[in-house]
Ligand binder design. Structure first.
Ligand code: SAH
Length: 223
């Protein structure tokens, strides 16, 4: 790639990123200034694969390897905003996928723990976050429906694949006062919900309808 080509491509992305920010995020009610800043600091073009570079900032999900998807930017922003992450938070993410959402979480939280079923996706995500100089993250490969394989709790839990129901294993790993955001429901359309844990009671709030790939695992769907 020549210098001119590189320059032109970067110009395009700057404009596209600004359009995403104004039209798709702020235009739909995303307000958190720290989140909006984070979304301008993470280059989505690094996560989408060469054949989709031209759509890096388009208003929708895109295919990634292993038959999975990188989520729509607005949905990434919406789920993140609902988590109400502060700089002292420890976040568990189920479904690393491309690592784009992981990188956004890393900009906002103290530390991010992320689990992915496919080793190949996890490796690719680790490489990109490494190149971006992001170090407040730990990656694991395995079945995230069982939670983080360790006796720990998290201030926030984000599930980025559809669950048939919220498993007790994840509720158990949510700290008191913590928030979990997850798409819940059958293949096709699910309800995006925010669960808040207070004194061992769970309050559930409906956010909107969404379409996610299925979470495959012990407390998820069968393969
Ligand atoms: N936030 C990601 C979304 C990826 S799609 C992004 O924007 O790129 C959801 C991801 O969840 C897929 O990569 C899929 O492989 C993964 N997944 C499915 N079941 C899982 C499980 N039981 N544990 C961990 N990850 C799982």
């Amino acid at each position: 790639m020549g210098f001119y080509h590189f320059f032109v491509m970067n110009q395009d992305f700057t404009l596209q990123m600004r359009q995403m920010l104004e039209r798709d995020l702020k235009g739909r009610g995303i307000k958190d200034p720290r989140l909006l800043k984070a979304m301008t600091e993470i280059p989505r073009e690094l996560f989408v694969g060469n054949s989709h570079l031209g759509q890096a900032y388009s208003d929708g999900p895109l295919p990634i390897d292993c038959g999975q998807t990188i989520s729509q930017p607005y949905i990434v922003a919406l789920m993140t905003e609902e988590l109400k992450i502060t700089p002292d938070c420890e976040v568990l993410e189920i479904g690393t996928g491309s690592g784009y959402q992981t990188a956004i979480l890393c900009k906002l939280a103290k530390y991010v723990y992320t689990v992915e079923r496919f080793e190949e996706l996890s490796q690719a995500a680790q490489k990109i976050l490494g190149e971006l100089g992001i170090i407040n993250v730990e990656f694991r490969t395995g079945d995230g429906s069982c939670g983080w394989a360790q006796d720990s709790t998290f201030d926030k839990i984000l599930v980025t694949a559809a669950l048939p129901t919220i498993p007790q294993s994840l509720i158990d790993q949510l700290a008191d006062g913590g928030i979990m955001v997850a798409p819940v429901g059958p293949t096709g359309v699910q309800r995006l919900v925010a669960l808040e844990k207070k004194n061992d009671k769970i309050a559930e709030r409906f956010i909107c309808d969404v379409r996610f790939v299925r979470l495959i695992g012990r407390h998820g769907f069968n393969e």
